[in-house]
Design a protein around this ligand. Sequence first.
Ligand code: PMV
Length: 292
Amino acid sequence: MTLHSTAFGEAPGKVIITGEHFVVHGSLALATALDKIVKVGARITESNHEVISKTSGTSFKIRDPEAKGTFPSLKTIERTLSFLGSNERVTITIESEIPNASGLGSSSAVAVATVAAIMRLHGKDIDRQILFDLAMEGEMVIHGNPSGVDVAVAIYGGTILFKRGMVPKILEPDPQLELVVGVSGIRRKTSRMIEMFAKVRAETPHYFEAMVRSSDSFTRIAAEAIESGNIEDLGAVMNFYNSVLSYFGLGTKDTDKMVDICLSAGAVGAKITGAGEGGASLLLLHHISVIT
Ligand code: PMV
């Protein structure tokens, strides 16, 4: 490794098909990787850690120590270097195809790609559990109490069944199923939504726990449906989740309208995905025959 050599890491964004928010409290969640990725380049520098983002529309440069502790990528850099026992300074360059703050897992993909790039820079093998633990440190700066589902998808790719504290189960979706994502363009803060759910839990704990158990069962049904190609069951579970998430205050007039338009256009299921409240993207499910 020389001062000027660059190592790269890549990770995909994600959509949550079922179980968002409830997964923070112990439910299963079903999630799948997007075909949009983040690429991070890492190189050793002489002065301070630096984060350069070349993502379209959000180009910026942040230097340590001004943002110390408050900027997730700097936290990820620090934790990874400390894991490696290194006191070097690192510059990372982020190139992302994933819209940020839209529920598509861009921050997790950045965190995972950053850890991977720094590990490679040091010629280290990338162990998935270590990658997960280090990437979660950066995620905690942004989301407070994230479940880790976004980070898990960014690491494993494909479609996974995730539960806190467990190794994700990799599913084999029926190739006939097609999911389409729409982005509302309204950005929001996931941590605020997570706090909103925690408040409902504090106010009505028994009801909340029952909902977490229901989410676990419905997600299991959705996982079976995705593997067997049971589009009706998958669509039914997705539609049900949309109502539940709306009940918890995560829907907006715009997302309700998007869901309605999609269903009227022949989607079998349509829902908010991720943290919700407008910025959330929308997930649709079509019969291939409807599309072609
Ligand atoms: O990354 P987002 O905004 O799609 O939200 C992540 C999903 C949540 O379930 C809302 C939070 C979490 O940590 O699981």
